[in-house]
Design a protein around this ligand. Sequence first.
Ligand SMILES: [Zn+2]
Ligand SMILES: [Zn+2]
Length: 409
Amino acid sequence: MKRRRSFLGGLAVGAALTTCLTVLVAASSTEKVSPVDPRPRDVYVPNSERLAPDEMRVIACGTGMPNPRMAQAAACFLVELGNGDKFIFDIGSGSVERLAALDIPWDWLDKVFIGHLHVDHFGDLGGLFVGGGVGGRHVPLKVWGPSGATPELGTAYAVEHMEKMYTWDIAGRLGQTDIRGFTTEVHEFDYKKPQIIYEENGVKIRSWPAIHAIDGAVSFSLEWSGLKFVFSSDTFPNKWFNEYGQGADIAIHECFIAVPDLVTKWRLTPEAALQVGTQIHTAPEAFGKVMSTIKPRHAIAYHFFKDHDTTGPILERIRKTYDGPLSLAEDHMVWNVTKDKITERVALVNEHTWNPPLVSPAIPPDPNDRVGYSPEIWAGRFDDVDEVIRPIYEEAGKALGREFKYPGD
Ligand SMILES: [Zn+2]
Ligand SMILES: [Zn+2]
């Protein structure tokens, strides 16, 4: 079988090795290097590039597993379109800090599509709900997700109870800051029925059943401007993905940790490793079969811990059954997609982002909305600090030419 590899670790893109060598030789013989002028960069720096009207950008904001890991958050992929729309597919634990590093106004990160309710696919919904609200989202967080076999196994139940979990958090913000973003809009749809669940502004998002753990998991496609993005969330290979994944420009599908590593590194019993690694999820060899069936322009494998000693074996297993264009995903990989080409880079992010610009201005809080303290708690204030805090109010008043009322006066 023909194998394709690239010089980048874990990447095996469509170009043949000889072509790569030709390009390298050509580049090395003609490139002029200046000690003062910049050279073209092969990384993606957030907010440094205009998205063309017909271009799609996909950014991996989580590619890992349910168990926490600094190097990889759990499942999350951001899709940005040249018409200005942005969509989040899965919001696994740890992924919100990856989203935050992209420095995108939170009002624009208000649409989340959840494939199923495992923590590694929706565990950071609370982080997006509260963190995005604090970060300047002044619109409701809109969540699309599947129903379950019973109402309490569905997305609406999960989101309703997540909001309840934050009762104290939200009560403590009333009258203190602008909390208009601390609401949700849930769009729960039938997990069993392949159907269009979103159609707006030229964007069509479809859902179909996945086979994963229990009933109630789904996969998605997003079609816009002649481009098609497909995302499995988690699933055993199935007929619906084979059907609705056809014609994908970008096909992202889970590709689970290989069974030997599930035993030696994951510390599962062989019985559990075989069940989890091949029956509940998609084994690398099975991932290859799926991609050989749907033949996307570019396949992306995610949902394994990508290390120096796992990348090679996963690639070997995939290449037993698929020899097309492929990425083994890691966090902050970026794909720009047009009808003519697909480019892959990594994002160079600022880990010290503050809040991005506000899309809609914040509204001052109404102190009358405050829940406040009981008299016993209020009476415990260290009054002596008033003398150092009152000048802060006066300083702000002078700077802004307004008077700010000191609490309790
Ligand atoms: Zn899962
Ligand atoms: Zn998963």
